[in-house]
Design a protein around this ligand. Structure first.
Ligand code: ADP
Length: 195
């Protein structure tokens, strides 16, 4: 099974990515986590990644492909994946589609986790108060939400036009969101039965 989770920051991609991957027995691939791991490695490219992430800007596409492609290809050979945070731009979606076509892999569904902006902001600020990531400050959060609105949200229509978009109400407790993802579509039950 190959799914993509699409959501604004705070929408719950990470949480649902873990839960849904465990549910379906496939790998959770978090673009943000993989990029943060590279950043921590402290290499030159890691420092570059870190500077984009700290500002809440998107990391350049080429770096993202270099980091993500081998992981996706390996996971595809082991039964599938839940993609969390990639693709995140239209050019990334086009490139991911081309890669998929070359490898004979297509996405089964793109799941849009939808929640109102005040809920997103509240969740991110709450996280900032707990463990906190460097990009969970009020100013950077505002910028990340703007980047989502301008650059990532066109993917909602992109996948809707391809007939694979499923929208889930993400303004519910995590268990309920997972249940909705699991129950949602006749399509997904079908996918689950065939993997
Ligand atoms: P959130 O969705 O809350 O912003 P993520 O962990 O998904 O959290 O992403 C954090 C940061 O990682 C982004 O602000 C961006 O800098 C970088 N990033 C993650 N995925 C991508 C991607 N596909 N393309 C470019 N940058 C990305």
């Amino acid at each position: 099974m190959r799914l993509l989770l699409l959501a604004a920051p705070g929408g719950g991609k990470g949480t649902q990515g873990m839960r849904v991957a465990a549910l379906f027995g496939v790998q959770h691939i978090s673009a943000g986590d993989l990029l943060r791991a590279q950043a921590r490695a402290g290499t030159q490219v890691g420092r570059e990644i870190s500077s984009y992430q700290e500002r809440g800007d998107l990391v350049p596409d080429q770096i993202v492909f270099d980091v993500l492609t081998p992981v996706i290809v390996a996971a595809a050979a082991c039964g599938g994946y839940i993609l969390d945070g990639f693709p995140r731009t239209l050019p990334q979606a086009a490139a991911a589609g081309d890669l998929g076509a070359r490898l004979g892999l297509t996405l089964d569904a793109a799941i849009y986790l939808q929640a109102p902006e005040p809920v997103l902001v509240q969740r991110l600020l709450a996280r900032a108060g707990e463990a906190g990531r460097g990009d969970d400050t009020a100013e950077v959060i505002r910028h990340r939400l703007q980047v989502f609105a301008e650059t990532t949200s066109p993917l909602i229509d992109y996948y809707r036009d391809r007939g694979i978009l499923l929208t889930v109400d993400a303004d519910q407790p995590p268990e309920s969101v997972t249940d909705e993802i699991e129950d949602k579509p006749a399509g997904l039950s079908f996918i689950r039965d065939t993997t």
